[in-house]
Design a binder for this molecule. Structure first.
Ligand code: COA
Length: 426
């Protein structure tokens, strides 16, 4: 017992790529014992994807698999299957994000799992829920397109656009983690496990909730907070792409700051919140707008947003983004600099809060990762490196299954685990 929030919870982590690993990494950060089951020889395909250093686990893999242990098991080998079933009896949750049907093809049907371990929770990510696309394989951008994000992102006269934020993969992993802890809580009352299913399309749509709101508002007239309203461009049948307009009732835009000609990120997001309209007018040198009937109320301003933001931009272009932020913050004007990944990686406050963390890895050396963004007041999280392929195979066979040395040698010799990687004296 270590006193972590999920102490005593054991997860059989059959996940790969991004969506599932995001979920199990979070549970590992909260103290669950996450046993990552990988295919002998190759492991999670991301170990080899986008490799920056030849022969070394990629950052794609290391940044999604912290605080886990790795065991290699060939689920299609008889001895491997036996080990797998023994582990299933010892675990509280099985998490997987294989293509539809793959788990059943391994013989791990819900009925068989329940018979072996009635308290087991089976948590799955799939691209789509029940319906015409249920058998499809899905990656991030497919989910962003099918979940309504792409059709509502970008510019009105441009292509549908996907976001750099991985709302399909990591977003669905977050949803799944919440489903798992909810099912664990429920199990404390009933003793029974259940299935937790998250479809990536559903997860993306949940995050695009405000756009479905706007779809229904369209039936009652144009959407006045969208720039096209002020530009006199008619609305069609579906929610249009709104560029960088802010989604809520407080109009906002991305505006140029000093140096924008050279620096692709010399911009600031500026929100004309109603409560601070007067200081905004003073700062940009338009004190008359404080009483002018065309500008005095948020509603009156809506048809003039282009003119207002052009005027504000004439002010922001005289300041660099951090200086503008400082001046505006003094008046509680909501704004935010556009930060590059380089600036974020170097940000001292993010390092101090444990959101950006440097981790040491035996074959890679030090690298940066994103720590746990969910902070619990009673439990700090220490981020430990991702495991090498099969690194903990013997340890898991011994500690979790109680195997003797002879039994371990027999399993390793059976071809069920393949060659495992070990750390050369750390
Ligand atoms: N031992 C033996 N076989 C193993 C194994 C192991 N330890 N681990 C995986 N496999 C096998 C599976 O059984 C499957 O075999 P089968 O097709 O013969 O049944 C095979 O590996 C491939 O699995 P699959 O999930 O189909 O991988 P893929 O690389 O072809 O597809 C995805 C990848 C992500 C497209 C797919 O897994 C998917 O759609 N997942 C659900 C949605 C999702 O999470 N997408 C986002 C990923 S970030």
């Amino acid at each position: 017992m270590t006193g972590t929030p999920l102490d005593g919870v054991r997860i059989l982590d059959f996940t790969h790529v991004q969506s599932g690993p995001t979920c199990t990494q979070l549970l590992a950060w909260f103290g669950a014992d996450v046993i990552k089951v990988e295919r002998p020889g190759t492991g999670d395909a991301t170990r080899q994807q986008l490799q920056d250093i030849p022969g070394v686990d990629s950052l794609y893999f290391t940044m999604l698999n912290h605080n886990k242990r790795s065991i290699t098991i060939d689920a299609k080998n008889a001895a491997g299957r036996e080990v797998l079933w023994r582990l299933i009896r010892e675990c509280d949750v099985l998490v997987e994000n294989f293509a539809p049907g793959a788990l059943d093809r391994m013989g791990l049907t819900w009925e068989a799992l329940q018979a072996a371990n009635p308290g087991l929770i089976l948590a799955s990510v799939k691209g789509f829920g029940p319906g015409r696309y249920q058998d499809c394989k899905v990656y991030e951008n497919v989910a962003q397109c099918a979940g309504g994000a792409a059709s509502t992102t970008g510019w009105r006269d441009g292509l549908p656009t996907v976001s750099g934020a991985q709302i399909g993969d990591s977003g669905t992993g977050l949803h799944l983690a919440l489903g798992i802890v909810t099912a664990l809580y429920h199990r404390t009352q009933t003793g029974r496990g259940q299935r937790v299913d998250c479809a990536m399309q559903d997860g993306v749509l949940n995050l695009c909730r405000v756009k479905l709101r706007d779809q229904q508002r369209l039936a009652h007239g144009p959407l006045p907070e969208y720039s096209q309203f002020g530009e006199g461009v008619e609305f069609g049948e579906s929610v249009p792409r709104a560029g960088n307009d802010s989604g809520g009732g407080q109009p906002g835009r991305i505006l140029k700051c000093k140096g924008w000609e050279q620096d692709p990120n010399a911009y600031i997001y500026f929100i004309t919140q109603g409560a601070v309209w007067e200081p905004i007018c003073d700062i940009i040198g338009e004190p008359g707008w404080k009483t002018d009937p065309d500008y005095v109320t948020p509603k009156a301003r809506l048809p003039h947003l282009n003119e207002i933001f052009t005027r504000i931009e004439a002010w922001t272009m005289k300041h660099d983004k951090l200086e503008a932020m400082e001046i505006l913050n003094a008046y509680d004007i909501p704004c935010g600099p556009i930060l590059s990944m380089k600036e974020i990686a170097e940000d001292e406050a993010l390092r101090a809060s444990g959101t950006v963390v440097e981790v040491e890895h035996p074959t890679r050396g030090p690298y940066l990762t994103v720590g746990n963004p969910i902070k619990l007041s009673a439990n700090s999280v220490s981020i430990t490196r991702s495991p090498l392929l099969g690194e903990h195979t013997d340890e898991i066979l011994r500690d979790v299954l109680g195997c003797s040395d002879t039994e371990i040698a027999k399993i390793l010799g059976s071809g069920a685990t393949g060659a495992v990687q070990r750390v050369a004296a750390e």
